[in-house]
Design a binder for this molecule. Sequence first.
Ligand code: KIV
Ligand code: ZN
Length: 519
Amino acid sequence: MKKIKIFDTTLRDGEQSPGCSMNSREKLEMAKQLEKLGVDVMEAGFAASSPGDFNSVKEIAETIKDSSVASLARAIPADIERAGEAVKNAAAPRIHTFIATSPIHMKYKLLMEPDAVIEAAVNAVKQARNLVPDVEFSAEDATRSDVDFLARIVDAVIKAGATTINLPDTVGYTTPEEFYKFLTDVREKCPALDDAVLSVHCHNDLGLGVANSLTAVRAGAGQIECTINGIGERAGNAALEEIVMALRTRKDIYKAETNINTTEIMRSSKMLTRITGVKVQPNKAIVGENAFAHEAGIHQDGMLKNKQTYEIISPESIGITEKNLVLGKHSGRAALKARIEELGYNISDEELNVAFKKFKDIADKKKKVYDSDIEAIVTKETVEIPKTYELVRFVSNSGNTITTTTAVCLRKNGEEIERIGTGDGPIDAAFDAMGMIVGRQLNVEDYKLQSITEGKDALGDATVILSDPEFEGKKKPRVQGRGLSTDVIEASLTAYVNAVNKLIYEENQNKTEAAKAQK
Ligand code: KIV
Ligand code: ZN
């Protein structure tokens, strides 16, 4: 069996996709989960893009021990310097430098002649090799590049010290047949490639990201770049979970394996959804809600007789456990801690205190607390984000013959502030009141409400995404808050307050980082 390295770029390419931005604490939490999942390399960010990104890559590099940590860098000296500085304390640091090689990118984007592109790439790789032993070079838009030119640049960067050569399908343009031929041609024209790891990075614009990545394995690739849930620029990147499970399920074809601990797949997917608020489609392969749901009677009958009639992978293999232990209001802290750990979460004493308080509140209102309720309350944001505002109480007066009003009282620095908002329904009115309290009407970019379990006493899970319309900087913060309660209005208000606290926290962080960068 050939070993395929999994290079995860959820925290870089994935984070670039709309709605998927994460703050540094969220990135660190995700990075720890990626380490548990067993990725060989994680691209922690693009250190030169902002002081915030630099600090986040550095923090991840200093924390992660079992995966290589990479920073992206353009093929320019300042970027390489910054990337090297950010990853230098990693257990296994990598600099990933790139430059575009297709005629259209060189002519219109870079305004560079092909020979100058080769020179910049070689210089970047040499500079990076002086900083770290592990250097990856990417030929951006490789699949639309001239193969002879690609062979020249690849040969030159390998001689300059690149250890991994990545040939991305940047715009998701190629097809499996064409990609196989393309990779075989580059390998033939550049024998030096046999001494480096050949990597691919496939975008999903035509829905072929995973198929193209799998073809690359047959064409000799030793590394695949991908993201959890397939998030990434535009239509996204190839999905890690799909590639890993395809290689595992069809060993007969690919004769390859990965270091991924597949039982961590579901947890990684759910964590990303919780952090970004971006849900996966129900019919998404491997991690979608319906991926293991058998609806047709004929299928259910077959499944009862022999699971393999309709199941090619088991839910357990990706970490879905059938055990659903029920806790109730008499369950104590130790029982909750044990169940949280059995579900695969590491929890500090401080986090357990917060989770236990939430658990008691829920258990008071609901008779039975299920695993999915517990997973919902194991969230770290309550502990880590300073609570500038706290929800004290609310009263709503709603009907289809009156103007709906909601009175909301929030606490800030020990002082209670109360306002009455109006709107189209109690939640709209409550958001109006909260805007008055906070002193600015924020954009509600998205609002979702769903139930965690079934039944009329189910826990409501609200997500609110806020941004500030007045923000004038480059990277507009777009924050996500979450609220849980058996009362859907309370869940929505809590989500809004959590998002406001996050926004204030991020604004303060940005100011501190900008001040530090100016010094
Ligand atoms: O899509 C792409 O080409 C990239 C490179 C920077 C690897 O993301
Ligand atoms: Zn990409």
